[in-house]
Ligand binder design. Structure first.
Ligand SMILES: CC(C)(COP(=O)(O)OP(=O)(O)OC[C@H]1O[C@@H](n2cnc3c(N)ncnc32)[C@H](O)[C@@H]1OP(=O)(O)O)[C@@H](O)C(=O)NCCC(=O)NCCS
Length: 287
């Protein structure tokens, strides 16, 4: 099995000093510094958890030992692993939202472009749903907005909004361009609801009005409040069946087989331990 669809509830993970220093020990200096700069523990935990998921996937699925994994990023920021001088692993992607961090990896095919996006369904902060949609109007096409606005219930509208958000982000992340794409060029056509128990793979992407038959999207829910989309370019090889749902990994799973820190960076731990846990949570707007 060369695929990974994993999630980790980093929101409920309360790291101890041993875990934090052990995890920090495998980071390259740039990542360690970046994670150290987060204002809230929540964000530092999410980002660090993503690094741990990547390491675990490379070790467990690709049999690459830790010491041979050299984390890199493309110019646009997409992570990949350099393996030795000439090899690399790039068929994975990470996303975080709410209390979750997810990793999608497809390691059987060297040319797979893959992107993942998870979103927690939540009410807009300090505004109404119509006003929020108005501020986001450029992210989606007219036909996508018709589908988003179709439900009568506002919470259902938010679900559809985040469905399209995940689809767009998953594609943008698969091609790895970051902010460098006009989202109006992309239009998703959904064929069935993504709110059942199964993984939905029937959604189609049109780019500049043309169907993109090489692209496949796996849409599912991790729990009632988190939807996720995986975008895959199979270079014309469309798989016959969908993959399984995302499975949960625990902190034990992430730390198992991770080498002990040779020189635990206690200062790094103390800086983390002294941060505020998270910003104030968002609430449903009053009607
Ligand atoms: C980086 C970006 C691609 C995704 O960011 P995001 O949705 O805020 O965050 P996610 O949690 O889903 O993903 C972040 C992770 O994606 C990965 N990532 C970073 N840059 C990436 C890139 N160019 N391509 C793919 N993955 C990238 C990293 O692993 C990052 O986590 P890390 O910083 O802890 O390593 C985003 O900055 C972006 O540029 N989005 C543009 C598209 C847009 O405007 N969408 C609006 C909604 S339709």
């Amino acid at each position: 099995m060369f695929k990974a669809r994993w999630y980790f509830r980093c929101g409920s993970w309360i790291p101890n000093e041993r875990e934090w220093t052990k995890a920090a020990d495998i980071l390259i200096p740039e990542e360690k510094q970046r994670i150290g700069k987060f204002k809230y523990q929540k964000d530092a935990k999410s980002s660090l958890s993503g690094r741990l998921l990547i390491r675990k996937a490379a070790r467990d699925i690709c049999n690459i030992p830790h010491q041979s994994q050299h984390p890199k990023r493309t110019d646009a920021g997409k992570p990949y692993l350099q393996i030795g001088d000439s090899n690399h692993i790039r068929a994975f992607n990470v996303s975080h939202s709410g209390d979750l961090v997810v990793l999608a990896g497809d390691f059987s095919h060297p040319d797979v472009d893959i992107g993942v996006d998870v979103m927690r369904i939540e009410w807009p902060s300090r505004t109404t749903v119509p006003d929020y949609f108005h501020t986001m109007r450029r992210q989606f096409t007219e036909s996508e907005w018709q589908v988003i606005r179709r439900p009568t219930d506002e919470w259902d509208k938010m679900h559809v909004f985040y469905r399209f958000w995940c689809l767009k982000e998953s594609y943008v992340k698969a091609i790895g361009v970051g902010l460098g794409i006009d989202l109006q060029r992309l239009e998703f056509h959904t064929k069935e609801s993504n709110r059942g128990a199964d993984v939905v793979c029937t959604t189609q992407l049109f780019k500049d009005g043309n169907l993109q038959p090489d692209w496949m999207f796996e849409e599912s829910y991790i729990d009632d409040n988190h939807c996720v989309a995986v975008a895959l370019n199979q270079n014309s090889v469309i798989p016959q069946t969908c993959v399984d749902r995302f499975i949960e990994l625990t902190s034990e799973d992430l730390f198992r087989d991770l080498p002990e820190a040779l020189n635990p960076d206690v200062k790094y731990w103390r800086e983390y331990a002294g941060k505020e846990a998270r910003p104030q949570s968002k609430r449903k707007p009053s009607s």
